[in-house]
Write a protein that binds this ligand. Structure first.
Ligand code: HEC
Length: 111
């Protein structure tokens, strides 16, 4: 049933409808991280960061494919903010921060 619900969620996401953050609760942490990176976080990470796996090309912050941050580094930036980057502590839960951190570390290192 979980797999089926996820496929339906993925189809809805692919069509650009629905409420991605809620639907993504059915998905793996990696998938949740991807959806949060692409559209769940406000402002979206891709506005400022390039990440090939996510298809984003923002150039205000460092290109994450080059930085290859580990999960702790991503989570620290999200909790505290850094330079021009806002803190997400008030808008994302700790588990959402962890999911994005794991996603960015994995996606940027190509592992
Ligand atoms: C408004 C633009 C903006 C947004 C939105 C943004 N960032 Fe950033 N980010 C930056 C800038 C600028 C820096 C560099 C800050 C510095 O080093 O002074 C940065 C730095 C980082 C770093 C490196 C931190 C370090 O220790 O050097 C990571 C990782 C990161 N951002 C991830 C994310 C993720 C994930 C999101 C979405 C949840 C996000 N950023 C959203 C602008 C942004």
């Amino acid at each position: 049933m979980k797999v089926r619900a996820y496929l339906i969620a993925a189809a809805i996401l692919a069509l650009g409808g629905g409420q991605p953050v809620t639907l993504a609760a059915e998905a793996s942490p990696f998938e949740q991280g991807r959806v949060l990176f692409q559209q769940g976080a406000v402002p979206p990470c891709g506005l400022c960061h390039a990440l090939k796996a996510a298809g984003t090309e923002g150039a205000i912050g460092p290109a994450l494919d080059e930085l290859k941050p580990d999960p702790d580094r991503v989570a620290r930036a999200l909790r505290n903010g850094i330079g021009q980057m806002p803190s997400y502590q008030g808008s994302l839960s700790e588990s959402q921060i962890q999911a994005i951190a794991a996603y960015v570390a994995k996606a940027s290192a190509g592992r």
